[in-house]
Design a protein around this ligand. Structure first.
Ligand SMILES: [Zn+2]
Length: 348
């Protein structure tokens, strides 16, 4: 029993106590280190999470009214949300700013709010904001331009045409906007007789020689004979896709044979053999292939104003809102329709 019982004066007792203290200190310092590491990482996670999730509407209200950030910082933040397509957050910031904002920047903030509503598709709210700006500052061309766009998107062409008057008074060039709105109003007028509609569209074209694509697209669809009769060959290149898609039965060979570009275009499509070669690479390849390959042309459009690229033709650019700025570009591509018809034939 004496073996297990150690006297407290025994030197062995001091050694045991010494090692016990060392053990306790090591254990606690290890445990404390682990605890601190975990706490630090948890704190960092919490901190980073704030930036991953957007502040709620209530949080925004508190943050903006507390005035910790300047109005300019909030506007910059709203603008970055707008650029990232998070219009809802951008709208919340502008709305809160308008509640606390001093009156000097209220008009600018309202304009940005109206623009964001428009981009987000809230046309009615956007219209009210721009009308409110114009009520206090009628000589604001930027608000008038946006109001015109809102009316146009709402298909209220009369409202849009009314906006042109104050824009004209402010010295803005409204020629193209006027022609485009008249074109849209004519095309959507259900009371108008079809012949009258076509005559009006031709009159719009002949007045300014602009908007060739939407006008001739309508005419070739509704009355190919009339379209060929009034065809403006100087616009052939601009209308390449439209001409490429006209059905063979609707071609006017007399007009085609008189125009070098049309001769090459329809020889490339394989309807006629008016040209043996072409200076345009894609046409030349198609003419030389003589339909032996499953090839056709595919088209894309570049806005000459903002350089945006689109797979379809447009009259008003959805990005910069410029009118009649589409430039066509084409390339050789595989003809899928050929594949389908071959497949269909194989099942017969
Ligand atoms: Zn553009």
């Amino acid at each position: 029993m004496d073996l297990f019982f150690i006297e407290y004066r025994d030197p062995l007792f001091s050694i045991i106590i010494f090692f016990l203290i060392i053990f306790i200190i090591t254990f606690f310092s290890y445990w404390w280190g682990r605890y601190r590491r975990k706490e630090d990482s948890r704190h960092l996670d919490r901190f980073l999470r704030q930036f991953r999730s957007l502040p709620s509407k209530e949080e925004l209200k508190v943050l903006i009214s507390s005035g910790e950030l300047s109005e300019k910082s909030w506007l910059l933040l709203a603008s970055s949300y707008y650029k990232n397509g998070d219009y809802e957050k951008s709208i919340e910031i502008y709305n809160e700013l308008l509640k606390v904002s001093n009156k000097t920047n209220a008009k600018e903030t309202m304009f940005l709010l109206g623009k964001t509503y428009f981009k987000a598709g809230f046309l009615e709210r956007s219209k009210h904001i721009f009308l409110e700006i114009l009520k206090h500052s009628p000589r604001t061309p930027q608000a008038l331009h946006y109001l015109l766009l809102v009316y146009e998107y709402m298909r209220d062409y009369k409202g849009a045409l009314d906006v042109l008057e104050p824009l004209d008074e402010l010295g803005e060039d409204i020629t193209l906007d006027k022609a485009y709105l008249e074109l849209l109003a004519t095309m959507s007028d259900v009371k108008l007789d079809e012949d009258e509609k076509q005559a009006r569209l031709l009159a719009i074209y002949k007045e300014r020689h602009k908007l060739a694509y939407p006008i001739f697209e309508y005419l070739f669809r509704m009355n190919p004979k009339l379209a060929w009769e009034h065809f403006d060959s100087s616009k052939s290149e601009e209308l390449t896709e439209l001409l490429w898609q006209i059905e063979a039965k609707n071609l006017n060979l007399d007009i085609i044979s008189q125009n070098a570009y049309l001769r090459e275009l329809y020889s490339a499509r394989g309807d006629v053999e008016f040209a043996q070669s072409s200076a345009i690479f894609e046409f030349d390849v198609l003419i030389k292939l003589e339909g032996r390959a499953n090839a056709t042309l595919s088209f894309e459009y570049i806005c000459q104003n903002c350089k945006g690229t689109y797979p379809f033709v447009f009259t008003r650019c959805s990005s910069c809102h410029a009118i009649d700025t589409a430039k066509v570009e084409w390339s050789l591509s595989r003809k899928y329709m050929g594949d389908f018809s071959e497949e269909n034939n194989s099942f017969q």
